[in-house]
Design a protein around this ligand. Structure first.
Ligand code: ZN
Ligand code: ZN
Ligand code: FE
Length: 754
């Protein structure tokens, strides 16, 4: 009988992999054993159907498993093998991974909705294929005693399921039932209300109340998405005037009534990561305040049984937004929520399962044929990302990322751990989150960096933190230019090898510190991981008022029109604003740093089209409105032109044409469409020409502007014959920055002391 030693690498622990192997073995008549060890799962197998058995290991892997590699070598047959056994961990402590939290699986869904089942109506059902993981784990190795479920000793019925190899709850660490597990209750006015928690909550939502719901990775705020008074009240109380609210629907059919939904999007919504997906609004409208001025709405399905039961009881779509005041991190523990959300929520749907770690809902958008992460958190973190071949030998790196959309990146043994989204570091509470994540990831993954990486910007909190650690621990610190890091993130995610030569990177972004002391953000770079050459850029214009120019789009319109020789038009369009003072300041170089930012160009065009608010209530607000307006007219509009002189792309011709359109009474959407088309022509034309001139066969697109699906698709359509690297598993905005920094630091470490 043939015998083999089979090793499976990837995300194969804590996901029901050993019982899966056990069932496969039974089906294929295989004898032997399966165990966990430091490198994954190890199998000794004997039987005639070995080939089919090995093939099925990756082809039929359980839903939460990710099989990276299966290796097989011939082994000596063992005597006395009775059947197939699941054995414990072999060869010392396993380097167990933590898998991301997983949305409720179909089997658990059916169970909580089945009146005859033991867990009927139970909000905390879970199994090896679903349930909380990263949000409940306190330390490794991952077993029940290391999670917040340790507060709930298993009853005998749950214990039996936990120990039965054929059960889908075999070694599922987060299982629970009404007899032994967490419980939910509804609290109003500081008092737990008598009655069934979910039914009480649904009734209050139906009556137009706002509820704080303790979710998987933090508190959420919920209200009836069709009740304008409730949604408007939520905006007021949360102090969030414009930023779109996410929605949760009981099922896909409900989403289809309000949005365009492809099969691929439906599959991702229903899958284990259970993210928010941005979907084009279509069909029946919701309350106008859900997402003012947007063409896309963020939808998710119930992620936990608690949500499933609540949505079924309520029977329609709910606004489901993070439980915080605008810009602060969402609340995770009950006391914190009672305090910060007292003025927002009418009642609290609480439970006694502690949240070990704050995790926002992830946001995904389908663009250019595949889902792309816009915010990477619950359901995705902390899944490891493979680094390009050749980086296995690099010392462990800790990269600190940027300032907005902060996320850390830890590397080791050829893998990168990109932390969950931490938030914007303008907020002091988010800064505390950064410090906590730094400690948390180091402890959880037993990671000791030999090298640190950060941005060039001297005032980022992450830069200061990296400098402090470098000084305190004597660790070398690699400072990586912002847009170089963006492009390298796209390269690293695509597995671009360190010795594969340079790519032509295009970074269209908000703002990043340039090594020349100006602010960059519209760059064509020839780069590899070790370094870059800035080949071309958008014409720099002053950012009048510095940071204020980020919030107030009209300031960028002033700078752009003045630079295009259209100062009189600026006087007319921007009458009533302190133009003289800003011009004097810009002329004197006072608080008006020159910037080549594509993001600020979007702001200026949105302001000219009348689509920008006077002051943005969130980053990207004006640009998102511009994209929304552009979409219906893309097929018929013609592109605006840029003047290309040497390295500089000058939008002056665009401004002349745009003002002409405006004077002729063209609709805002036409201006928006012509701008998108013109920018895509510029991006692609320049990239193609520079790539050819410098012998680069591959283009990489990164930076926050490429989260604009319309721009991305227009650019890709114009680069169809080239290989183009675009991120999908990591965000193209600053949420992915740390991955690029880490790759740069790793390569520089391999090539000599930094
Ligand atoms: Zn399940
Ligand atoms: Zn139980
Ligand atoms: Fe950036």
């Amino acid at each position: 009988m043939p015998a083999a030693r089979i090793r499976v690498r990837g995300q194969v622990q804590g996901v029901g992999f050993r019982p899966f192997v056990w069932r496969l073995a039974a089906r294929h008549g295989i004898r032997g054993e399966v165990s966990n060890d430091a490198q994954g799962v190890l199998i000794h197998a004997e039987g005639a159907a070995l080939d089919a058995f090995v093939e099925a290991l990756s082809a039929e892997a359980p839903p939460l498993a990710r099989v990276d590699r299966v290796t097989r070598e011939a082994a000596a047959a063992r005597t006395g093998l009775g059947g197939f056994a699941i054995v414990g961990t072999r060869g010392g402590p396993a380097r167990t991974q933590v898998t991301p939290d997983a949305g409720i699986c179909p089997a658990c869904s059916a169970e909580v909705l089945d009146p005859a089942a033991r867990r009927h109506g139970y909000p905390f059902a879970a199994c090896t294929h679903c349930g909380p993981r990263f949000s409940v784990v306190e330390r490794l190795p991952y077993d029940r005693a290391a999670t917040t479920l340790r507060d709930f000793p298993l009853c005998s019925a749950c214990r039996a399921e936990y120990e039965a190899a054929g059960d889908r709850r075999f070694h599922a660490q987060a299982i629970a039932c009404p007899d032994c597990g967490p419980r939910a209750w509804l609290e109003a006015g500081g008092v737990a209300q008598p009655g069934e928690a979910v039914a009480l909550a649904a009734a209050r939502l139906a009556a137009g109340e706002i509820l704080a719901v303790k979710g998987i990775g933090g508190f959420q705020l919920a209200c009836d998405a069709k009740n304008e008074a409730a949604v408007a009240a939520l905006r007021r109380r949360k102090r969030r005037p414009g930023k779109p609210f996410a929605l949760m629907a009981p099922d896909l059919e409900t989403i289809r009534r309000h949005a365009r939904l492809s099969e691929a999007e439906a599959a991702l919504l229903s899958g284990p990561a259970a993210p928010i997906m941005l979907l084009e609004a279509a069909g029946t409208a919701l309350a106008p305040s859900v997402a003012p001025g947007q063409w896309a709405l963020g939808w998710m399905l119930p992620t936990a049984p608690l949500h499933l039961l609540l949505l079924r009881a309520f029977g329609g779509p709910l606004v489901m937004t993070s439980g915080n005041l605008s810009s602060e991190p969402q609340a995770v523990d009950d006391e914190e929520a009672r305090e910060t959300l007292a003025a927002v929520a009418d009642a609290f749907l609480l439970h006694d399962r502690r949240i070990a770690r704050r995790l926002d809902d992830s946001v995904v958008r389908h663009a250019a044929g595949r889902p792309r992460l816009q915010r990477r958190a619950r359901g995705y973190a902390p899944a490891a990302l493979p680094l390009p071949a050749g980086l296995e030998a690099a010392p462990p790196v800790l990269a600190f990322g940027g300032h907005l959309k902060a996320a850390l990146c830890l590397t080791r043994d050829g893998e990168a751990l990109l932390s969950h989204h931490l938030g914007d570091l303008d907020d002091p509470l988010t800064c505390a989150e950064l410090d906590r994540a730094e400690r948390d990831y180091a402890a959880l993954f037993d990671h000791v960096p030999a090298l640190l990486a950060c941005d060039l910007h001297p005032d980022y909190r992450t830069t200061r933190r990296a400098e402090a650690r470098s000084a305190a621990e004597g660790l070398p610190l690699v400072r990586v230019q912002h847009h170089h890091a963006h492009v390298c993130a796209a390269m690293a995610e695509a597995g671009w090898a360190p010795d594969a030569g340079p790519v032509l990177g295009v970074a269209l972004d908000g703002l990043g510190w340039g090594p020349d002391g100006s602010v960059w953000g519209g760059e064509w770079l020839l780069c590899d991981y070790a370094g870059f050459e800035r080949l071309a850029w958008l014409k720099p214009v002053p950012l009048p008022g510095g940071a204020a120019a980020q919030r107030e789009p009209w300031r960028n319109l002033l700078a752009q029109l003045d630079a295009a020789g259209l100062a009189e038009a600026a006087d007319e369009l921007l009458a009533g604003r302190p133009l003289a003072a800003l011009r004097a300041a810009a002329a004197g170089g006072v608080n008006a740093p020159p910037g080549s930012s594509a993001g600020r160009l979007f702001d200026a065009v949105a302001a000219a089209a009348g689509l920008a608010p006077e002051r943005q209530s969130y980053e990207g607000e004006a640009a998102m409105r511009l994209e929304a307006a552009a979409r219906p007219l893309l097929a018929t509009a013609t592109p605006y032109r840029f003047a290309e002189a040497g390295s500089v792309a000058d939008p002056a011709p665009l401004w002349h044409a745009l003002l002409g359109d405006r004077a002729a009474g063209a609709p805002a959407g036409l201006l928006a469409a012509r701008f998108h088309l013109g920018l895509a022509e510029l991006v692609a034309g320049r990239a193609r020409e520079l790539a050819r001139r410098h012998g680069a066969g591959t283009v990489a697109l990164s930076g926050g502007c490429f989260q604009n699906a319309t721009l991305l698709e227009l650019c890709l359509a114009r680069l169809g014959d080239l290989t183009v690297l675009v991120q999908a598993a990591t965000p193209a905005n600053d949420g992915g920055l740390a991955l690029g920094q880490a790759a740069v630091a790793a390569v520089r470490a391999l090539r000599g002391p930094p």
